[in-house]
Design a protein around this ligand. Sequence first.
Ligand code: G3I
Length: 320
Amino acid sequence: PGTMRGLADRRDFLFGVAVASTDLLDPTASKILQENFNLLVAENIMKLQYLRPSPTLWNWRPVDDLVNFAKEQRMKLRGHTFLWHNQNPPFINRLGRNDRDQAITILEETITGVLTRYKGVFYEYDVCNEVIDDEGRFRENSPWYRAIGPEYIDMAFHTARKADPNVKLILNDYNNEYKGTIKGDAFYELVKSMVERGVPIDGVGFQLHLMAEHPLNEEALRANIQRFRELGLSVSFTEVDVRIKLPVTPEKEAAQKATYESLLRIALEEDVSCFVMWGYTDANSWIPGSFPGYGSAHIFDEKLTPKPVYFAMQEILKSY
Ligand code: G3I
């Protein structure tokens, strides 16, 4: 009960993390997962590049292992992700303007295949990921957009709902967390139009890959959460991390801690559906590979020791 997981369970708060397959096999990592989290998401293995590397090949085994681990540990699962512009297999990357029918078939087979095999298993699923670009327009460098057009998003949600009526269907993105920004407002308008069209969307995901050097705009975040709630949708924090521009200094660490604390408080106060971090340790982080010069983004350090921010978050969970 004193563990992070115990504290989250006590108030039915979904506190989660993205995991690599190796985490489940490693005793130290798996112990950290068990003691701290009640929700997991695969960092990579459910992306189509890995899950469906060719039209006839389905790589279920790593997903089954994750599903079984979560079941044994009584953890919930998020699904990530069906339609994205990254980490696709060649047969999807190849899709072009003249392949509309084929693309629709692949879309339907993939979503139905996964949600039939894992019917009732996922708490929520990122049906589409990052469909809006930084200018607030539909992202064009996606094979799905190229082959099908913007309707691919509605199609994906309808297909998912048909395959599993109970999984919560989520549209996930980054830089979409603030009301009053170009991308934040474009994302909201898209979602609002989906709701108005009767598309079966249940919630939105804010990834929240943040930087310690930019203080959180709490007001714009809360206002954004509220307007989605007014549409009848849930809001999930799906990929939280707060990277630091190296070298780490006590000031930057304090700023990072403040951001994690505010996010957790907002999640608790605004009834956010789940709080999921994109990795737990600097020992295995996507940040240095994607943002050279940045690091130390997670709540455990490279030696798997919890940082002060970890204990601060524990205190917040205790106090709500
Ligand atoms: O699978 C190969 C492996 O065979 C090879 O030996 C190794 C050598 O570099 O690379 C492996 O692939 C890497 C893959 O992660 C699995 O580890 C890719 O190079 C690497 O680019 C890929 O990065 C992932 C990234 O998405 C791809 O865009 C990160 O792990 C993952 O954390 C990141 O996650 C995304 C979310 O899905 C969506 N939101 C943004 C977030 C951060 O970029």
